[in-house]
Design a protein. Structure first.
Length: 812
């Protein structure tokens, strides 16, 4: 809440008054908004030393109702000095996150208002400042914004929800050695040599939702490319001027061509990608100007275990799904995130092949199902009559949303699915959409009734769980296939109505069918000449589901060797782990002939579960696999065997493998097996820089297994900000986990170390350290936490610090 005050500025004197047109519990949203924002012009000056901005926001607004007397906007973290409407000063109130402007007259529907707001902001979130300090001289001067979901209101006074699109303009003044990036086209750069400043003027010729407005400024160099006449600019922090841009950005032209061919031509004049310091997430799809985390920069020592392709493709696909078309409310966010996630998968299918695509589909579905352990759905109440998705929020909007798109493609077929996507995008370009808009277009194109599909997948919750088995009836010469749905009925559907692809193989005889499932229990009879070698349920993994399929050892043997579908071979390799040593020769044979790395990884995992001397032989072979992703899995697997059998190999790979991810896994396993002199061996690897600190992370994982208190010295040292410069600081998390393992026997020393680490300005490190101090009941940290709180502006850090302080006070 902002205090009411009287202030004089620029020859204007304004006394704030209380406005009574709206009650204090008024909510500004898509229902109550009674105006249309048409254009926003921001004229701002960035003050790095004070970490603030100041300037003017000018809005062009059209009224949507008669007798319009008050304009209400979202605004937080700001001080508003003057508001002018059509050149005349207006009274206003800034309270509870709303800027309420009392107009000087009543306006009628359709009239245009020119609203000028002079203000400053010290944002609690939404706009982030970086500058060198005495404690951290390595931090660069930089500022960047992150609007989604509703954080741009902390530095822009405007309507900050996705349902009102507007064009935008950014005129920003910064130090002359910097460059500024925003949405749309760069119209002008004005230098002021006397003030050592430069002003950058960006403007869009299209409308987009306000959360997509961006500002990035700092010292940058640009790598340029193009495809099909579209300029592609890769804007890189100056300290990375010597990096090879091909590793993170090299597939951008291919991605642009694929999305433009599949959906519609790229709808904007150019595409920028701007890498920034300590970005909160992986990336953000600001229209024409994606923001990216510095983690994307890597080299041959990280590839192929790490690739930025997934992130780069995802943010580019958002330029269509999320930017060109935007969900009307966050209830329908899956139309942004789910379709974008699926189109990222489609690029992988196009560029890397069907096996890579199917691996991604299986992996994402598994991640969605695993997430339900942390976010149970048994309290969800479907809202079928409102056509509102109830289980497509947070991370589920991505994975479940992509699964829905994939199942819709299965339902319609490739050509109708693509035709539907094209018509959907063409019809709603530059507009807001809801799930029903998508359904109706796909029905229109396909001629199919999709109401049941949307009811159970989009507006419903959960997924089907199947028990499947088959029997051979020699008298009938037929396969009896049993399919039971066993999911809990609330909140999931009692019965998911769908068809599932089934394939039955008996020698050279192959039967492909699509049984329709409408009941909890089904038995299907299929004639064959002889008993099957293999029965596949949901070949190629089209359906979001869990399945328990009882199979004999012989059938699993056949499947892992002969199944033409990569998802079937991977599943069979996993099932064979429970067969113990009997499965080792089968898995060894499968490993030798398997061409796809993901299946080889799963074979190695199963051999690690079996963990017999015979299993070790193939794991040793995998340590020399030509694909570093398999070698990394082999290093992890070696941690399940006796030290005497693996420590020499682990030590060799730690020092000599050319891939940093393999070396990090070797360090972790050396600690896990408690190899001779393991601590002294792995601590030396802390001196080695690597992508996202993967080697140091492995070292701290190994030290946690060793429980050696000498680790505390290194925990304190390598949790300093400079060791994770711009790279998500993942080593800090591993170091803190290691510290907690040691706390059982060395509490005082651990608390002392964490009290140093909590000073790290990186938000995830500071938050995790504060949570650990509370968990350790370290009341001695209270004065320090109060001191940090006093200087901490970021809302998402303050809330964690305040909770830790509250917990520690309660311990008294």
């Amino acid at each position: 809440m902002f205090k009411v005050f009287t202030r004089s500025i620029l020859f204007f004197s304004l006394t704030f008054v209380t406005l009574s047109a709206q009650t204090s519990d008024f909510v500004l949203n898509h229902i109550t908004r009674n105006y249309d924002q048409q254009h926003l012009k921001l004229e701002l000056r960035v003050d790095f030393d004070k970490e603030k901005i100041a300037g003017t926001a000018t809005l062009r607004v059209a009224t949507l109702e008669d007798d319009f007397r008050e304009l209400i906007l979202h605004s937080r973290s700001s001080k508003v000095f003057v508001v002018l409407v059509d050149g005349k000063q207006c009274k206003f109130e800034l309270e509870n996150g709303l800027l309420k402007i009392r107009l000087n007259r009543a306006y009628q529907a359709g009239e245009i208002l020119r609203v000028e707001i002079r203000y400053s902001a010290e944002p609690a979130t939404g706009l982030y400042f970086f500058r060198p300090t005495q404690a951290h001289p390595e931090i660069p001067y930089q500022v960047w914004s992150q609007g989604q979901d509703e954080d741009n209101r902390h530095w822009i006074p405007y309507y900050d929800l996705p349902d009102d699109k507007l064009s935008s303009e950014m005129i920003v003044t910064i130090p002359e050695n910097m460059r500024a990036f925003s949405n749309g086209d760069l119209l002008e750069v004005r230098a002021d040599a006397g003030k050592h400043e430069a002003t950058f003027h960006w403007k869009t010729d299209f409308e987009h939702s306000g959360y997509l407005i961006t500002l990035v400024a700092g010292e940058y160099v640009t790598f340029s490319d193009s495809t099909a006449g579209i300029p592609l600019n890769y804007n890189v922090p100056a300290d990375l001027a010597d990096t090879d841009p091909d590793y993170p950005f090299g597939r951008t032209p291919a991605m642009m061509r694929f999305f433009s061919d599949y959906i519609c031509p790229y709808p904007y004049s150019h595409y920028d990608q701007n890498a920034v310091q300590d970005f909160r997430w992986g990336g953000m799809e600001n229209t024409t100007a994606t923001t990216l985390n510095r983690r994307i920069f890597h080299d041959e020592k990280a590839a192929p275990n790490y690739s930025a392709d997934d992130l780069i493709a995802h943010e580019l696909a958002h330029q269509w799904f999320g930017d060109l078309l935007t969900c009307r409310t966050w209830d329908h966010i899956w139309l942004n995130e789910g379709l974008t996630t699926y189109f990222t998968d489609l690029f992988f299918e196009h560029h890397y092949g069907a096996d890579e695509f199917r691996m991604r589909r299986v992996t994402q579905n598994r991640e969605y199902i695993a997430s339900l352990d942390k976010q149970p759905i048994d309290t969800i109440q479907p809202r079928y009559d409102e056509n509102v998705p109830v289980e497509l929020f947070g991370g589920k909007a991505y994975d479940r949303g992509a699964a829905i798109a994939h199942m819709l493609r299965y339902e319609l077929g490739d050509s109708l699915f693509q035709a539907g996507i094209r018509r959907y995008v063409d019809r709603y370009r530059y507009q807001n959409v809801e799930s029903e808009d998508f359904r109706k277009v796909m029905e229109e194109v396909s001629g199919k009734d999709l109401r049941q599909f949307f009811k159970q997948w989009v507006y419903g919750a959960g997924y089907p769980k199947f028990n499947v088995w088959w029997e051979w009836d020699d008298t009938l010469k037929a396969v009896q296939l049993y399919i039971d749905q066993v999911q809990d009925t609330l909140p999931a559907m009692d019965v998911f109505q769908l068809s599932v692809p089934v394939e039955i193989q008996s020698g050279t005889e192959i039967l492909q069918v699509q049984p329709q499932l409408h009941h909890r229990k089904h038995r299907f009879t299929y004639k064959m000449n002889k008993a099957p070698d293999l029965v596949r349920f949901d070949k190629h993994h089209w359906i979001l589901k869990e399945v328990s399929f009882k199979k004999s050892f012989g059938e699993l043997f056949y499947q892992v060797i002969y199944d033409q579908d990569v998802t079937g071979r991977e599943w069979a390799a996993g099932q064979l782990a429970s067969a113990g040593n009997e499965a080792v020769p089968v898995l060894a044979r499968a490993y030798r002939q398997e061409k796809f790395y993901w299946v080889r990884q799963r074979i190695v995992q199963s051999l690690a579960e079996i963990a017999t001397p015979a299993a070790l032989e193939t794991v040793r072979s995998a340590a020399a696999d030509p694909d570093a992703r398999v070698r990394e899995e082999a290093m992890k697997a070696l941690g399940n065997f006796a030290a005497k059998d693996v420590q020499e190999l682990l030590t060799d790979r730690l020092h000599n493998d050319g891939n940093d991810y393999v070396r990090g896994a070797a360090a972790a396993s050396l600690g896990k097996v408690k190899a001779d002199h393991a601590f002294d061996i792995i601590k030396e690897m802390l001196k080695v820089d690597s992508h996202r600190n993967i080697i140091r992370r492995g070292v701290f994982q190994g030290m946690a297994q060793l429980r050696d208190p000498r680790a505390l010295t290194y925990i304190r040292q390598y949790s300093q900000y400079r060791y994770s410069y711009g790279g998500m600081h993942l080593v800090d998390q591993e170091a803190l986990k290691c510290a907690m393992v040691l706390a059982e026997d060395h509490r005082a020393e651990v608390v002392e170390a964490i009290m140093e680490i909590v000073k790290n300005p990186y938000f995830r490190t500071r938050n995790k350290a504060a949570q650990m101090l509370a968990e350790l009941k370290a009341r001695e940290a209270l004065p320090l936490l109060h001191e940090i709180l006093a200087g901490e502006r970021r809302e998402f850090v303050r809330s964690v610090l305040e909770k830790a302080v509250e917990q520690l006070r309660a311990e008294g």
